[in-house]
Design a protein around this ligand. Structure first.
Ligand SMILES: [Zn+2]
Length: 68
């Protein structure tokens, strides 16, 4: 199994359906994309990630302190 967004094969299962093995949820350990086994996720090229894009990603800006 490969990540639909970054093609990594480091995928782990993080959850099972509570009843009847109806589905599993998998997550990519590289870009944290996650999906349910009953979906067939397709990521269009524009939103695909590779090592270069991941390295250039910005940090989420911190939330400024509340004004008093
Ligand atoms: Zn990924």
């Amino acid at each position: 199994m490969k990540c639909p967004r970054c093609e990594s094969d480091k995928i782990k299962k993080i959850a099972d359906a509570p009843v009847g093995n109806a589905w599993e949820i998998h997550v990519c350990e590289k870009c944290w994309y996650s999906w349910r086994s009953t979906e067939s996720p397709v990521v269009i090229d524009k939103f695909k990630l590779d090592d270069e894009k991941i390295a250039k990603m910005g940090v989420i800006p911190p939330i400024p302190p509340l004004k008093k």
